[in-house]
Design a protein around this ligand. Structure first.
Ligand code: ATP
Ligand code: MG
Length: 173
């Protein structure tokens, strides 16, 4: 039934469930699966910070901002400058890890044609544009993501994608 399924992953448990369902659908329909992760910026969410530490993606002091007496291309970095640069490094490492992990999981679920894409920009717009560019006929996401705002039924990214996408969207609880 589906030919191209796009699944959006942010490293959350919700997105893992979305990936599993998307992969099952893609395997069933012999569809192409496009896994999209949009890299974060700024403060690293707590659960991703934990992932970065557990997976040894970065040196421990990258996250704490400790050990600041170093230079970047000969320029001594301020505490603020160093931690901002390090946060970017953490985000890049996490983005690659999340995208590759999702591709591997999709293959494990029996998807033959799977491709991972890491984007940079406003998450909902990136997801919607990629869905259009790939001519996706289904977008799958978690209903919620990394935030812990228990009062909300739906996260802002999944909400926006549902409103903006040109194809059917499925949010997974
Ligand atoms: P909010 O971010 O609005 O505070 P939230 O984190 O709970 O709340 P969303 O961010 O909307 O909720 O996440 C819902 C789903 O959207 C995720 O499960 C994932 O499928 C997708 N998503 C969210 N952020 C990204 C991202 N950066 N890259 C790819 N997919 C994302
Ligand atoms: Mg979110």
């Amino acid at each position: 039934m589906f030919q191209v399924i796009l699944v959006a992953v942010d490293g959350s448990r919700h997105a893992e469930r979305a990936l599993e369902l998307a992969a099952r659908l893609a395997a069933r329909d012999e569809a192409r699966l496009v896994v999209v992760h949009v890299q974060g910026h700024g403060a690293v969410p707590e659960s991703l910070r934990h992932m970065a530490e557990v997976e040894h993606l970065v040196e421990p002091d990258v996250l704490t901002g400790a050990g600041i007496a170093s230079m970047s291309r000969g320029v001594p970095l301020t505490r603020e400058g160093k931690s901002a640069a390090h946060r970017e490094q953490v985000h890049r490492a996490l983005a690659a890890h999340i995208t590759e992990g999702a591709v591997t999981a999709a293959r494990r679920h029996g998807v033959a044609q799977v491709e991972g894409v890491t984007e940079d920009g406003p998450p909902a717009q990136c997801i919607v544009e990629r869905a259009r560019a790939e001519s996706a006929d289904l977008v799958v996401m978690g209903t919620r993501g990394l935030s812990d705002l228990t009062g909300l039924l739906m996260g802002s990214v999944s909400h926006q994608v549902c409103q903006l996408a040109e194809c059917p969207c499925l949010t997974v609880k």
